[in-house]
Design a protein around this ligand. Structure first.
Ligand code: HEM
Length: 484
């Protein structure tokens, strides 16, 4: 076997990778040592901006296989035939901490899937929670500021966390979820994933449906108590990464079964909950789960930076048969992600192998910019329309149009008959066993008792009491016991 030769970036052989070139033995370094200059300069540029949220993550490749016929609801080709398989990449993540944080913390988990379909990449960028803290994207930067490190102390501050929630009664449902038993998953393999938002499916006949995605883990749900998590963080800050990596390396391939809840579009207006409010679920008794297929993860990336750090998921990457709903949060996200990618990775991030389509090719008139590798040939025109057989539009919308009415303006999301900020949080609480309630209350009190201002504590307790009087009373007693 021929010995591999170490080269510079331009491919020239490197004579010495142990000693830099100097003017005489023991003299100063020479500017002509190209290998040294290049090595130091490249090293300085190894980091790119971390994701503004979901900075810590782990990725894996796998496939999706259709097990049930859903063609009555969507014309999406990758869901079009039982047995059809589509390659995919998933990135799991925590949300609030920076790259240097730990995995086993109380925080939602990201669940971002990129399906490399023959009709282009479909990104489903969800979480392990069916709901979210807020329902208008205008609040997102404030929400995240309150949960991440404080600009003065450089630490996460209980005052900021609970001050935001004191002003966001609509967060009570998600806070109850987060402080409950599923708030700290044991690993990425042992949690469910949800699209969380309502999306729109359109079938071949042009009929529209609203859907919610549920990925149920086939490994079973496993979570950590606050005490167990503290121990895990102390022994392996990368516990989720270790678990996912080792499991797939051993050939123990994790899988999830995908279900959807399907609502005919005509039912949306009269449903008892606003179906486009991300702080609400659709009870399964109203819209049962229907199985679609299974997702299997069977390959680890070869390089975490190239394939996980540089992965870019955008809720705006749809394929024919799938589109957005009017959920305001989703609408905000349709802008935010690709904008983040252009800043974090550059305008040509879609040409990176992990992000580029795999089962089809991108073919358009976008050109140039930093790091362009797919820039057309001498025969390709860079404008359209043209007389040279360049790619042309299909005139077929990806999904059905959404009806709109009313006036422009800054409007709160409309309330349906059963909508308020607390009912579903109360339902979740009342579903819990006595032990679960005790742990939930202890987790909330552990955080809330750290808050320095009484008025913020009272406002938060009022939200739990509005969800369920017993819930509020227990939180209040537990907080008082810790503070007295
Ligand atoms: C209006 C509300 C939201 C805004 C403006 C927002 C914005 C962002 C931004 C800018 C990123 C970083 C993207 C990147 O650098 O690649 C991100 C990451 C992420 N967000 Fe959101 N987000 C919102 C709500 C949500 C919700 C509701 C979910 C789940 C249902 C979610 C799930 C994720 C996930 C999973 C990632 C990480 C994606 C990856 O692994 O690369 N976000 N978000």
């Amino acid at each position: 076997m021929s010995k591999r030769v170490l080269t510079t970036e331009s491919g020239a052989p490197v004579a010495d990778n142990q000693n830099s070139a100097t003017a005489g033995v023991g003299g100063p370094i020479l500017l002509q040592d190209q290998h040294l200059l290049e090595k130091l300069a490249r090293f300085n540029r190894e980091r790119i901006p971390e994701r503004v949220v979901h900075a810590r993550g782990s990725g894996a490749y796998g496939y999706f296989e259709v097990t049930d016929d859903v063609t009555a609801y969507t014309k999406a080709d990758f869901l079009g035939e039982v047995g059809k398989k589509t390659e995919l990449f998933i990135r799991f993540s925590t949300v609030a901490d920076s790259l240097g944080g730990a995995d086993a913390v109380r925080d939602p988990r990201g669940f971002a899937v990129k399906f490399y379909t023959e009709e282009g990449n479909y990104d489903l960028v969800g979480n392990n929670t069916p709901v979210f803290f807020i329902k208008d994207p205008i609040k997102f930067p404030d929400f995240i500021h309150s949960q991440k490190r404080d600009p003065f102390t450089g630490k996460q501050e209980a005052d900021n966390v609970w001050d935001f929630w004191a002003h966001a009664p609509e967060a009570t449902h998600q806070v109850t979820w987060l402080m409950g038993d599923r708030g700290i998953p044991a690993s990425y393999r042992h949690m469910n994933g949800y699209g969380s938002h309502t999306y729109q499916w359109t079938n071949e006949a042009g009929e529209a449906f609203f859907v919610k995605y549920h990925f149920k883990t086939n490994q079973g749900i496993r979570s950590l108590s606050a005490e167990q998590a503290a121990e895990v963080v102390g022994s392996d800050a990368n516990s989720h990464q270790t678990d996912l990596l080792q499991s797939i390396e051993r050939g123990v391939n994790p899988s999830w079964t995908l279900y959807v809840q399907v609502m005919p579009a005509a039912e949306a207006a009269e449903y008892r909950f606003n179906p486009f409010d991300l702080t609400k679920v659709w009870p399964h008794s109203d819209y049962p789960l229907q199985r679609v297929g299974r997702m299997v993860l069977d390959r680890n990336p070869d390089n975490v930076f190239a394939e996980v750090e540089q992965a870019a998921f955008s809720p705006n990457n749809f394929v024919p048969g799938i589109g957005p709903s009017p959920d305001k949060m989703l609408q905000g996200r349709l802008f935010a992600y690709a904008d983040a990618h252009r800043y974090r990775l550059g305008v040509n991030h879609t040409q990176l192998p992990v992000n580029a389509p795999k089962a089809t090719e991108a073919d358009n008139y976008g050109r140039d910019g930093y790091m362009a590798t797919r820039n057309g040939s001498r025969h390709d025109k860079n404008y359209e329309p043209n007389s040279y057989q360049g790619p042309a539009q299909t005139d077929t919308p990806l999904s059905a149009p959404l009806a709109i009415h009313g006036w422009t303006g800054t409007h709160a999301a409309p309330l349906h008959t059963k909508d308020d900020d607390f009912f579903q949080a109360g339902e979740l609480y009342r579903l819990m066993s006595e032990d679960e309630k005790n742990r939930l209350v202890a987790n909330i009190a552990g955080g809330l008792s750290q808050v320095s201002r009484e008025d913020l504590i009272e406002k938060n307790i009022a939200h739990f009491a509005a969800a369920d009087a017993d819930y509020g009373k227990r939180v209040e007693e537990a907080v008082r016991a810790l503070r007295d």
